[in-house]
Design a protein around this ligand. Structure first.
Ligand SMILES: Nc1nc2c(c(=O)[nH]1)N[C@H]1C(S)=C(S)[C@@H](COP(=O)(O)O)O[C@H]1N2
Ligand SMILES: [Mo]
Length: 199
């Protein structure tokens, strides 16, 4: 298994401005309740502007090659958790299979429970972006996204969607749940892109 250790800060201050460290604690931040996982009906889809639309059952998903990524996590509510070791399928690998079309500039994710978020497609080509099933060697706990969550370490953690079921490739940005409720469209922690209007 490939192991990727990336300086999440990419040479900037390791802990972004306005953040504090939670140490070994790992808060659960969920809007709403934790969805139940049913492996019989679970699937994961890559859809929209792609050459090869993909759909995986849970069994098929578990045949995919995995990577381990060590990365930091920054929540917009100001906590940060360093040195998380995530294991899962690299986003880049899935893009190689699905082949987003040139018009696919953004993606929107779909999750059990109805949560959505969005980002530019380039974020999924970053080496440390992955669809994770494990954290620090253990399967994700239900509250942290079991069975599968997206992890985009360089953006605020609301982009790291839990209980993810699909990625849709779209031509223009489409604000997700928190983005519609005042969070920034992009969400770079080092630029403190927390909110899209002045709180
Ligand atoms: N489906 C879903 N994903 C989600 C959320 C959510 O409410 N629903 N919250 C987001 C927010 S605001 C943060 S900070 C992280 C928190 O992940 P954790 O609960 O595993 O710490 O998950 C993100 N992913
Ligand atoms: Mo968050």
């Amino acid at each position: 298994m490939e192991r990727i250790e990336i300086d999440t800060a990419r040479g900037k201050e390791r802990v972004p401005p306005g953040q504090y460290l939670v140490g070994d604690r790992w808060p659960i931040l969920t809007y709403g309740s934790t969805p139940r996982f049913n492996p019989e009906v679970w699937d994961f889809a890559m859809s929209g502007l792609v050459e090869n639309p993909l759909r995986f059952t849970w069994e098929e998903w578990n045949e995919l090659p995995t990577v381990e990524v060590k990365a930091d996590m920054h929540c917009v509510t100001s906590w940060s958790k360093l040195d998380n070791v995530w294991r899962g399928v690299s986003a880049r690998h899935l893009l190689d299979l699905a082949q987003p079309k040139p018009e696919a500039k953004f993606f929107a994710v779909h999750c059990d429970g109805g949560y959505t978020t969005n980002a530019p497609v380039e974020e999924l080509y970053e080496e440390d972006a992955l669809f994770a099933t494990h954290h620090n060697g253990e399967p994700l706990e239900p509250g942290h996204g079991y069975p599968l969550r997206l992890v985009i370490p360089r953006l605020y953690a609301w982009k790291s969607a839990k209980w993810i079921r699909g990625v849709e490739f779209i031509p223009e940005d489409r604000p997700g749940f928190w983005e519609q409720n005042g969070y920034h469209a992009y969400g770079d922690p080092w630029q403190e892109q927390r909110y899209s209007f002045g709180f």
